[in-house]
Design a protein around this ligand. Structure first.
Ligand SMILES: [Fe+2]
Length: 436
C-alpha cells in the first residue's frame, strides 16, 4: 500500500480532521504494515469522538481531583473526559470539557451539541490559545457537586468556568480520557484534591488562629501546608531567626556606600533596568534536596528594586520577612501571555508566605519602600521528586523564558566579615557549634 492510497483512505468524510489525526501521522511517518494501517483506519473512521486512555491518568479518589496538562501549540480544540471506564464512553454519561477557539463547554456526554451542554462560555480568556503552549486544567468535585475549568495553576483565582451539578452527581468517575493522543502531551498531572477555596498566601501561626478563621475556612495554617513546607517552616519559624539591629544598620550602610553597593551595582549592570537586582546571601551548604543552597537571605534595596517574574518549578518554599516589607505579585504561569498578576500581597516583618509546585509558584518580588528589605527563602524538592530541576526559570527583558542557576553573592559568614571590616559589627556573633 502506497502513501498516496493512504491519504486517499483518510479523505472521507471529514478530510481535515482525519488528515490531522495523530494515528494517521504515525503510520505515514513510520511506514507500518498493511494490517496495522487497516486497523488504524478502521479505528479512526469508527469514532467521531476519539477518546484515548493511558496508564497513570486516573483519579485517586472516585469523582474527585484535578487533571492539569500542558497542551503544546494546539492547532485545533480538544476534549478531556472523566469516565467510569478506561475505554470509549460511546454515549454514556460522563463529565467532559471541550475547549475550542470559539467556546468552552462542560458536557454530559462525549458528544458536542446543545443537548449535552451543561455550561458554556465564550469569554476570551477562557478560550483555546491556538499555536501557543498553555496549561489547561479540569476539576471534578463530588462533595460540592462542582465542575471547574481554568488555565495556568489549578487554583480558585484562576477558574474560568464553573458548573454546579443540580441532579445526581456521577460518583464513580476514575479515568481521564483525552481527544488528543496522550503521547503528544508531555506534561500532565493528576491532583487528589479538587479546586475549592483559595488558600491565602499568608501562613498564620497556631497562636493567632481564631474560631472565626476556622469557620471562614480560608486560613493557611502551618498544619495544612504540604509536608515539605512544614519541614522548612519548622527550621525558620523560631523567634531567634532574626537580624540584629547591628546587622540591619550595617547592611543599610553597606548598601549605601560599601561592599554591598559595589556587588549590587555590578549585578545591576547586567540588566536593562539596574533595579532588577538584589543580593543573595547563602546560609549553609547545598545538601542536594533543593535548587542551590536551601537557605538564602535575600536583600532587596529600597526605592523599587525587584526580581524578574520567575517560577520555582517543582520546588516547595517558605519565605519569611526578617526586615521591612516586600510586595509579591503572583502570575498564572511563566509566559509572555501571563504578565498581568492575578494577585498581589504585601508581607511585613515576621510574616511568612509559601509556594508549592501547584500554588503561588510564579511570582515577582518588589520593594517599593525607601529602606532595604531582608527575606529568608528556604527551598526543598518534593520527597518523591527524583529529577531535581536545578534552575529557576524567569522571563528575560524580551519576555522569553530564560534559566537562572541559583548562585551566591556572599555567604552569611562573608557578609558578617564585610560588615565587621566596614566597622558596623562589634558584638561577636557565634553559631552554637562555634560557641561549644
Ligand atoms: Fe522566588
Amino acid at each position: 500500500m502506497t502513501q498516496f492510497s493512504l491519504k486517499r483512505l483518510a479523505v472521507n468524510p471529514t478530510e481535515t480532521i482525519y488528515l490531522n489525526h495523530p494515528k494517521l501521522d504515525a503510520f505515514l511517518s513510520l511506514n507500518k504494515t498493511k494490517e496495522f494501517l487497516a486497523n488504524a483506519a478502521a479505528d479512526i473512521f469508527s469514532n467521531d469522538n476519539p477518546e484515548y486512555y493511558t496508564p497513570g491518568m486516573e483519579l485517586e479518589v472516585l469523582s474527585q481531583g484535578v487533571v492539569r496538562l500542558l497542551i503544546n501549540a494546539p492547532a485545533t480544540g480538544f476534549k478531556l473526559i472523566f469516565n467510569e471506564k478506561n475505554s470509549t464512553s460511546q454515549g454514556s454519561d460522563v463529565y467532559a470539557l471541550e475547549v475550542t477557539k470559539d467556546y468552552v463547554a462542560f458536557l454530559s456526554k462525549n458528544e458536542s451539541g446543545p443537548a449535552n451542554i451543561l455550561a458554556t462560555t465564550k469569554s476570551i480568556p477562557a478560550l483555546l490559545e491556538p499555536g501557543v503552549d498553555c496549561y489547561y486544567w479540569f476539576s471534578v468535585d463530588k462533595k460540592n457537586k462542582l465542575l471547574k475549568y481554568g488555565k495556568g495553576d489549578a487554583t480558585q483565582s484562576l477558574t474560568l468556568l464553573t458548573y454546579s451539578v443540580k441532579e445526581n452527581f456521577l460518583k464513580n468517575l476514575k479515568y481521564v480520557g483525552s481527544s488528543l493522543d496522550w503521547s503528544t502531551i508531555t506534561k500532565r498531572k493528576i491532583y487528589e484534591l479538587p479546586v475549592t477555596i483559595q488558600l491565602p498566601p499568608f501562613v498564620i501561626g497556631n497562636e493567632d488562629i481564631t474560631l472565626e478563621d476556622i469557620e471562614a475556612g480560608v486560613i493557611t495554617s502551618v498544619g495544612n501546608l504540604p509536608k515539605e513546607c512544614q519541614m522548612l517552616h519548622s527550621v525558620v519559624a523560631g523567634p531567634k531567626i532574626i537580624l540584629t539591629d547591628e546587622i540591619i544598620v550595617g547592611i543599610r550602610g553597606s548598601l549605601k556606600n560599601g561592599k554591598l553597593k559595589e556587588i549590587l551595582d555590578k549585578k545591576g549592570e547586567q540588566h536593562a533596568d539596574p533595579k532588577e537586582s538584589y543580593l543573595r546571601i547563602t546560609l549553609g551548604m547545598d545538601m542536594g534536596y533543593s535548587p542551590g543552597v536551601p537557605f538564602v537571605l535575600e536583600l532587596w534595596p529600597g526605592n523599587g528594586h525587584y526580581s524578574p517574574i520567575h517560577t520555582h518549578s517543582d520546588a516547595y518554599a517558605i519565605i519569611k520577612v526578617l526586615h521591612n516589607a516586600i510586595d509579591c505579585f503572583f502570575y498564572p504561569d511563566l509566559r509572555k501571555q501571563d504578565i498581568k498578576p492575578y494577585l498581589k500581597a504585601t508581607f511585613k516583618k515576621d510574616q511568612v508566605t509559601y509556594l508549592t509546585p501547584t500554588l503561588y509558584r510564579t511570582h515577582k518580588l518588589y520593594n517599593p519602600t525607601d529602606d532595604f528589605t531582608a527575606t529568608l527563602q528556604c527551598y526543598r524538592y518534593a520527597s518523591e521528586d527524583k529529577v531535581h530541576y536545578e534552575t529557576f526559570d524567569f522571563l528575560n527583558d524580551k519576555l522569553e523564558v530564560d534559566t537562572f542557576v541559583p548562585n551566591t553573592d556572599l555567604t552569611y559568614t562573608q557578609l558578617k566579615d564585610v560588615l565587621k571590616k566596614e566597622g558596623y559589627l562589634t558584638t561577636p556573633l557565634k553559631s552554637k557549634s562555634e560557641a561549644a
